[in-house]
Structures are given as C-alpha cells and as structure tokens.
Design a protein. Structure first.
Length: 444
C-alpha cells in the first residue's frame, strides 16, 4: 500500500489545516520564544546548523510544521520515519543509507513523529548513529521526554518545549485561512469577529482543531443567491458540539490533572478542585480512578482531623460503581468539596512513612514474647505470652506494658496535630503518654 510522504498534501482534497501548513518561518505562527528574531531555534534553522533535537508540546502547536520548515530549508537529506509502523529492520535500513550519505559527505536529518511510541530496542538502535553523526535526529512528542525517551539518547538531543498557542495566535491563523488562496481566499465567506474568537477559545490552543472547526462551519454555512457563504451562530454551535480538551488517560496530562485536583483539595480550594475534577471527567477519565484517589486523599491529607472523610470518600466510590457516569459526577463533586473543606492532617501518613523508614533501615525485630499468642503448651513453655497485661482488666483500660521491640522503645511515629477532631485525639494521646510515664495524676 502506498504511504504518503511528509510533503504529499494532495492539496485539492486535503483538509484546511494541511493546505495552510507553513513552509517558511515567516509564515509560522506562535512559539516566539523559540523562533522569534535572534532566538536559538530560528538561528539553527536559518544557518542550516540543525543538531539532534526533540520537539515537545501538546497537539496542534506546530511540531511537525517546524520539521517541514527544516526540510524545506536544509541542504541535508531529509527522511521521514514512522514510529508507529516501523520496526528494528526498518530502523537499520534507514541507518545504513544514512551511513552511506555520511561517507559521501552529506548529512541526513531523520524526522520521527510521535517518537515516544518507539520502544527501548528501537531507540537503542538510533543511538550509535546519533553518536557518530550519521544522522541528525529530530523527534516530535506530546509526552514528557524525560519519561518516554532513553536517557542516553535524550542526553544527545536538545529539547525544545513548544507552548500551547494563545487565543491571539489562533485568531491570526483563522484570518489567514479566510484570506489565503490556499484556504478560503477565493470565496466570499461571511463570518464575524466574535465567531472567530469563539472558535479560537474552543480550540484550546490547538491550531488543527481551530482550522478544522472553521472548515466545518464554512462547509455547512448558508449559501446565498450570490454564491457567498454565511456562517450562522447555529452552524458554528453545531460545529463546536464537543470541546476536545487536552487529556490523555495514559500520558503526562493524566498525572498533571490528578495532581492539580489533589493539591487543590489539600489547599482547601473547593472551586479549583471542582474545576480540575470536571476537566478529568470531560476528558473521559474513568470515574472509579478519581474515586480511588479521593479515598487515598481522605486518609493521607485529612486523616484523624475528620475521620468521616474516609467513609464519605468510600461511599462516593460505591456510588460511582453503582450508577456510573454521567450521574455519579455529582457524588464525586460532593466528595471533592467535602475533602476540600475538611480540616487537614497528614499525621497518619507521616506515621506510616516514619515506621516504614525504620522497617527498611533496621533488622527485622522479633515480636516481643509477652505480646505473642500461646495456643499450645510448647509455646507457653517457651515464654510466649508471659507477662502479658490485659488492658480491660484495669480501671484505666491502660497498662504500662511495652509493645515495640526493645531497640525501638520510646519511638513516636504518630504525632497528632491540633486540627479538627484530631485535637481531641492529641489531648487523649498526651494523657496516655503521661500516665504510662508514671504521672498517675493525669488520668481521671
């Protein structure tokens, strides 16, 4: 089956976004921090001194377009490589041709879109050729290169971070689409500035979404007697019936958004918590995943300051399990607001981490004999349970028996705060510790 090349737009039938793809830096919109006058990437392209690099940024911000501009300006051989359809065999074939070019004095620039889709073996196959200078690797990715690209390969590439396009950037692109002969420049299109701004807001920083939305609105617009097309508000609304928010349930943005939700609740900001929760649900996140994170938060960040937070979070999880989306969105919102407004204490989480550190750093201490069960005569003879004190036999319901191993006597893992209901827990624990220390006057 024929594979379209990087430059085969089939312009007569290609989507608007493909027809308008810039071919020079002068036509490129956005990323002024990289390709503005005197900026580093612009200088590398203009001087044809491109080195191995990674373009990292969200969809629709111009990563592939920059690669095409480099292809149009460089004197090097330019090769497009698919990270989706190519295996080790194809990698080696391309590398062999690049090695031949190097021996003849010609550079080879290898452009790989979605480079994060390469597995470790495929990335390793690139490494010796990048090191020798046989190829100049240009990769484009929406994923964080720190997590998706081998450290050895990444260390030999300059990472350029492309930012989400602004609303003004998108307005420039939309106006170009209406004026350019490659777009709708030869047609009479009636579209208001407010409508263009609505498209720019809807696109959420993605040039491809903005141009595709404009194209759909124009193609479905009302055609008048003079052959002109009018984009009505209803047609535009129909073309924007679903906002495609940047969200990848398996990618970095997944973790960015759950982090935003968690930290908003920790900061007692219910409005921000509801916003990030809604972003996740609107992006298609599994509600049970969010509910599990709320259950974790209830003990990690609220804990004993409000012990009702945990059963409420568990109830929200069960509600999501019973009825699913979209109905369970209100239960998740209920829980997120409750957790945001609850008093906060991480004393339970800190207690576990302190104990875990001792467990990791210390030998595996034996359980003291006096708190071991002794179900057999042999175990009793060995001293199991000897000296055990049953707290319910005392008036105070307390004993001065120690329960930690000898080497850990006096350790304090749980240190309650004075937040919410944990203030009463703190008073009670202080009272118990004073009594165990021999200050009998502290008990009632």
């Amino acid at each position: 089956m024929e594979q379209l090349s990087l430059f085969d737009d089939r312009r007569e039938t290609a989507p608007l976004a493909s027809r308008l793809r810039p071919e020079t830096l002068a036509e490129y919109v956005g990323q002024g921090h990289l390709i503005g006058p005197g900026k580093p990437l612009r200088l590398l392209i203009e001087r044809d001194q491109v080195t191995s690099m990674i373009f990292w940024g969200p969809p629709g911000v111009g990563k592939t377009t920059l690669a095409r501009i480099i292809a149009h300006t460089t004197r090097a051989a330019f090769v497009e490589f698919s990270a989706v359809t190519s295996g080790i065999k194809e990698v080696r074939e391309v590398m062999a041709r690049a090695e031949e070019n190097r021996r003849s004095g010609q550079r080879t620039i290898l452009f790989t879109d979605e480079i994060h889709r390469f597995n470790k073996a495929q990335q390793d196959a690139f490494l010796p050729y990048v090191e020798r200078g046989s190829i100049i690797l240009i990769g484009a990715t929406t994923e964080n290169p720190s997590f998706e690209i081998n450290a050895a390969l990444l260390s030999r590439c300059k990472v350029f971070i492309l930012r989400q396009l602004t609303e003004d950037d998108l307005l420039v692109l939309l106006r170009q689409a209406l004026e350019s002969p490659k777009g709708f420049g030869g047609q009479r299109i009636a579209v208001t500035e407010d409508q263009l701004r609505a498209i720019a807001r809807f696109a959420n920083g993605d040039a491809r979404t903005a141009l595709n939305t404009l194209e759909m609105a124009v193609l479905n617009g009302d055609i008048g007697p003079d052959g002109g097309t009018t984009v009505t508000d209803q047609v535009l609304a129909d073309s924007m019936n679903h906002r495609s928010l940047l969200y990848d349930k398996n990618g970095e943005e997944h973790y960015n958004l759950i982090s935003a939700l968690h930290k908003s609740m920790r900061n007692s900001d219910p409005d921000a918590a509801v916003y990030w929760l809604t972003r996740m649900l609107d992006g298609g996140e599994e509600p049970l995943y969010i509910a599990r994170r709320l259950v974790r938060f209830a003990s990690e960040d609220v804990g004993m300051a409000d012990s009702q937070a945990l059963p409420l979070a568990v109830a929200a999880y069960q509600a999501c399990h019973f009825i699913g989306m979209p109905e369970c969105s209100v239960h998740l919102t209920h829980a997120a607001v409750y957790l945001s407004m609850a008093p906060k204490s991480n004393a339970v989480d800190v207690a576990y981490m302190r104990a875990a550190e001792d467990v990791r750093q210390s030998p595996a201490e034996p359980v003291p004999l006096h708190i071991r069960n002794a179900p057999t005569a042999l175990m009793k003879e060995a001293g199991y349970g000897k000296g055990y004190q049953y707290a319910h036999d005392t008036e105070e319901k307390l004993t001065r028996m120690t329960c930690l191993p000898d080497s850990l006597q006096g350790k304090r893992y749980y240190q309650p705060t004075a937040q919410g209901a944990e203030a009463r827990v703190k008073e009670r624990l202080d009272e118990i510790l004073r009594w165990k220390a021999g200050d009998d006057s502290s008990s009632d």
